[in-house]
Design a protein around this ligand. Structure first.
Ligand SMILES: Cc1cc2nc3c(=O)[nH]c(=O)nc-3n(C[C@H](O)[C@H](O)[C@H](O)COP(=O)(O)O)c2cc1C
Length: 360
């Protein structure tokens, strides 16, 4: 019903308005046990084969909501009912930011993709902390931390900005993701540069570790760029793993099918979905093999079906995330993926998700 009737209607409206509408609806549906129960009747699927433990955290299933859908921590009550095993909120930054001006979200249906140019819009760490004091979570919730997207916060100030958000908010979450790969920050992805990354991780290393910590990297990195990042990360034992990958601005290598005028709607935006699917799976595979499974890998990028998720798991991902797949596939997507994963595990003779990791 979603893909045949609801999606064609929704796709006539401005994508950012539709997203805001879904967030508002999700807040209402998450507010009472009755509405959560109703959502769960349609969307939830449970099977012991999907349960897994990563960094001591128990996940009912390996499919999580990726950062960017719930920037301001509004949907943590409803998402377990939607069928997710966990979710990542944010990106949250130390100071609030209203986001980039103009159009900042566009659809690329021919590519099963989105162009994103929010520029780290969020209400900031202080407002988020006020909310967190009143909230409790019924499943693992991670926090995606980025640098405040302001021209006056650069260089050393950027490092302090990142770390302060962790200091203020890290203790409330199951895990923290240091997002060094936002393509829409005013200074670009500078923190993937080895020297800058070293500075940033060196500052984090001085903080008390309050939860598992992951590093979110771009989806289009070369093997050399990954090696350079690994060389830095290996110095810091507090990093538990990688999330790969983020939106990509590398339109030159993405093999996009959409018409030029659609792509030009937001020339500076990052691309999600199908065009980054293979790139991110390659990164998962490369990191998994290169580090012999030493790190937790959370894989995302163009996951629409159980087969897509399974491919990332078999390449080495312990957990998977989706966002574009949810927007294109609708609220029962997570259930369909989880059901399909159980079938694939049975087909291949695995007893549970963990057994399939890295078994390409
Ligand atoms: C609307 C939107 C907003 C996003 N915002 C963030 C963000 O704030 N932080 C982040 O790390 N990734 C963000 N992303 C990237 C996603 O988390 C994900 O890495 C990327 O979209 C690839 O996954 P997908 O193909 O399932 O969408 C955003 C993606 C979308 C579509």
């Amino acid at each position: 019903m979603y893909t045949k009737i609801i999606k064609p209607i929704l796709f006539r409206f401005d994508p950012e308005h539709v997203h805001d509408f879904f967030v508002a609806t999700g807040r209402v549906l998450g507010a009472t046990a009755l509405t959560r129960g109703l959502v769960g009747m349609f969307c939830r699927y449970e099977n012991p084969m999907l349960e897994t433990t990563v960094c001591g955290i128990h996940f009912k299933n390996p499919i999580g909501l990726a950062a960017g859908f719930d920037k301001d921590v509004q949907l943590t009550n409803v998402m377990p009912a939607v069928g997710f095993g966990y979710m990542e909120v944010g990106a949250v930054t130390r100071y609030p930011y209203e986001g980039n001006k103009g159009l900042r979200l566009a659809r690329l249906p021919a590519d099963q993709s989105l162009i994103v140019y929010y520029g780290l819009k969020n209400i900031g760490a202080e407002e988020i902390e006020k909310k967190l004091k009143r909230l409790s979570f019924s499943f693992p919730v991670g926090l995606n931390i980025a640098k405040t997207n302001r021209a006056d916060i650069m260089g050393e100030k950027s490092v302090e900005d990142y770390v302060e958000t962790y200091r203020m908010l890290g203790k409330y979450f199951a895990y923290v993701t240091i997002n060094v790969s936002c393509p829409n920050a005013q200074d670009g992805c500078t923190f993937q540069d080895p020297a800058m990354l070293d500075d940033l991780l060196g500052a984090y290393a001085k903080e008390e570790k309050v939860c598992p910590i992951f590093l979110k990297i771009s989806s289009h990195l070369s093997e050399q760029e990954i090696d350079d990042i690994l060389a830095v990360v290996l110095k810091y034992s507090f990093i538990d793993g990688f999330i790969t990958g983020n939106l990509s601005k590398r339109r030159d290598i993405l093999d996009l099918k959409s018409e030029k005028e659609r792509l030009d709607l937001i020339p500076a935006g990052g691309i999600s979905g199908k065009p980054v699917q293979e790139l991110t799976t390659n990164e998962i595979r490369y990191i998994y093999k290169k580090t012999k499974g030493k790190y937790v890998i959370i894989g995302l990028g163009g996951v629409f079906t159980a087969e897509d998720a399974y491919e990332k798991i078999k390449a080495g991902a312990l957990l998977v995330q989706i966002i574009t797949g949810l927007i294109y596939g609708g609220p029962t997507t997570v259930k369909d993926i989880n059901k399909g994963l159980v079938e694939l595990l049975k087909r291949d003779g695995y007893k549970n998700i963990a057994e399939a990791v890295g078994k390409e």
